[in-house]
Write a protein that binds this ligand. Sequence first.
Ligand SMILES: [Zn+2]
Length: 457
Amino acid sequence: MRTVISLVGLALTMSGAFATDVPPPSEPAGLREIADQISADELHATIAKLVGFGTRHTLSDTKSNARGIGAARRWVQSRFGAISKDCGGCLEIVTPAQTFTGKRIPEPAEVMDVVAIQRGTSDPNRVVVITGHLDSRVTDVMNAKSDAPGANDDGSGSATVIEAARVLSKRKFAATTVYGVLSGEEQGLYGGKVIADYAKQQGWQVESDLNNDIVGNTHGQDGVIDNTTVRVFSEGTKSGETLEQAKYRRYHGGEVDSPSRNVARFMADLADKYLTNFHVRMVYRTDRYGRGGDQVQFLEAGYPAVRVTEAHENYTRQHQDLRSENGIKYGDTIDGVDFTYLAQVARLNTLALASLAAAPAPPGDVDIDGAVSTDTTIHWQPVTGAAGYRVWWRDTTAPQWQQSRWVGDVNKVTLKDIVVDDAFFGVSAVAADGNASPIVFAGAAGSFVEAAKKAEQ
Ligand SMILES: [Zn+2]
């Protein structure tokens, strides 16, 4: 103990600015404990309960307490209620809803999400969201009667959301965390629209949505068994990019550095640091080829968002009538979920939510100067709660950030002998406890605050 004190004293004597000169710890306290608290048994109990409602088709019965989407929604609501009771009422539970008609909703139908809100202590308007969808389907997307267990699609995502709420509700975070169990996904991503609209009405500054859809199967249709990889899909350029921004980006770079992409990198880094035998395969796409998910509604609202999906999907278990044909068993039943694997996916999500919510906001207005110079200057707007900033760079062809420098509590730094032409640059805000924001790529292409700006205009 004496040694520690004298070291601190020395740093103060030498510089007079301890917080600036000594970087915060690289491993914030508490994250390993959060990962350890995720339980495969809890995830199993949730999916078993959801499967028990027979079908959770968006157009299924809403009155019964035993079968259909209504019963399932009310159970999720009561589960959030029980979790909230355990944390002294720390969750507000809301059920935003809208009525839609569409190609897959021939008669007007109410689509209702079940959402639990854990308010942030110092930065409550900044919001980190996790979502999964409660609704399920069989072969005919309009069939609201047949059994549609939806154990993996998307009982696995819904269970991940509820498990994150159970573990994180025991703690406090600077930013607000929102746990969304959505409906209407299979009918046309309606529940994603309901929660994104709700976020806008509330004036939330959504830092990211982590959308979990099909996250629990490890036996791929291609015969590959992979229980050590999860895919994180992210758009390369922002859905809301203006023509002017696109023109600038095409010339200067940024086509692989949307805020959503940098959330994916943030998650890949967390998996490598904190999880054993578990890695993120980043996919540089908004979603799987020709397919979609609720994260798209967040992106279209101007909010960063990623989609989390298992490494190898099994299509005999998705959107199928329960049946056996030529010795193949079809249908999305609970025996197709690998709970050890699902627990790893839940750990990754919960770590990401906790880190994002504990860290300061990503810095704003990050930009670079240095044309016709051997040095690069980076500047940004400071954010509250930051003990200082870490500047990052990488080769223009590298998928992950490679080099960094702690620069202390400043809003501008010049990197000597680093030529601006040859690297991509970004900045992360770091709290005193070491929790760091995602890295913000310089320029409009990388900014996290587009939606807030749009709302102001
Ligand atoms: Zn799905």
